[in-house]
Design a protein. Structure first.
Length: 288
């Protein structure tokens, strides 16, 4: 079986109309991207971002009538900007051409399933990119993995808040943390975390669906964005045990001041940056 991919560019005012048309015509999936290559900065908390111009691609089975589909697109006032025939492939493994084992710190590695590294001291997380965000390729995740690789996690309890693929929770567990909990508000993220934990023999990790942190931990790591970090500052602070660590990532360097203002009752231990993003390590100053 093969497919064809149709790409249309339109103004944001017609993006919902175009998406509805694609689904009506039998699309198997619809992907939306920036149509003008303008950078999309962080949206407000609870907002849905959209670009002034969007480029929307739809995947169709080759069993459908492509001529009819193209005619419907044109008669509805849209212009085609791309068309591609896609041969049958094992799509979930295609990314292996572009994803190589990556080292974080001295001994932590993220490797595609089926790959390994020649390092007897390596701590290896086997991970295939999937529906949930987090393979270590993004700067915010990289900062967290590097922090975990250098921290003393042995026997520490740890919360990975906004866990995505679960890569941080799994890395922490393999580095010695215990009582590891991963929370996300996306059911796909929870499913991905559970599957990835199983593959890495880390099934003791508890993956929970939720919007706020639960319980109290020696270490809380939140790799989200600055707006939710600010909005959730109180429950995140409450989730850290006395003298425990709170690690915040997903902060643009220009947003550091506003985020730290929300956490001013905590002590700043250190911070690090990568490609315009910042990670901040805070300490709960209370002793009981």
């Amino acid at each position: 079986m093969s497919w064809f991919n149709v790409t249309v560019e339109t103004k944001k005012q017609r993006s919902i109309e175009l998406e509805d048309l694609f689904w009506f015509l039998g699309a198997l999936s619809v992907t939306i991207a920036d149509g003008s290559d303008d950078p999309l900065y962080e949206p407000g908390y609870g907002e849905t971002p959209i670009w002034p111009t969007v480029r929307m691609s739809a995947l169709f089975s080759d069993e459908l009538d492509i001529v009819r589909i193209n005619e419907k697109i044109l008669t509805n006032g849209f212009s085609l900007v791309g068309y591609e025939n896609l041969l049958d492939r094992v799509w979930e493994r295609e990314w292996l051409k572009y994803f190589e084992p990556t080292q974080f710190g001295r001994r932590l590695w993220i490797c595609p399933n089926g790959m390994n590294v020649s390092d007897d001291d390596a701590v290896i997380v086997n991970l295939d990119p999937g529906l949930a965000f987090g393979t270590g390729s993004h700067s915010t995740t990289r900062l967290c993995l590097e922090w975990l690789s250098e921290a003393n996690l042995r026997e520490s309890s740890l919360l990975d808040f906004g866990c995505g693929s679960g890569v941080l929770a799994i890395a922490a567990y393999l580095l010695g943390a215990r009582n590891v909990v991963a929370i996300d508000n996306d059911p796909q993220a929870i499913a991905a975390t559970e599957e990835n934990a199983k593959k890495n023999k880390a099934s003791d990790i508890s993956a929970l669906l939720g919007h706020k942190p639960l319980g109290r931990f020696d270490i809380v790591i939140a790799n989200i964005l600055s707006e939710p970090l600010i909005a959730l500052s109180e429950p995140l602070k409450r989730s850290v045990l006395p003298r425990g660590s709170l690690v915040l990532s997903g902060i643009m360097e220009s947003q550091r001041k506003s985020v730290l203002q929300a956490y001013k009752s905590f002590e700043v231990c250190n911070s690090c940056t990568n490609d315009g993003w910042e990670l901040v390590h805070l300490k709960n100053p209370t002793r009981e």
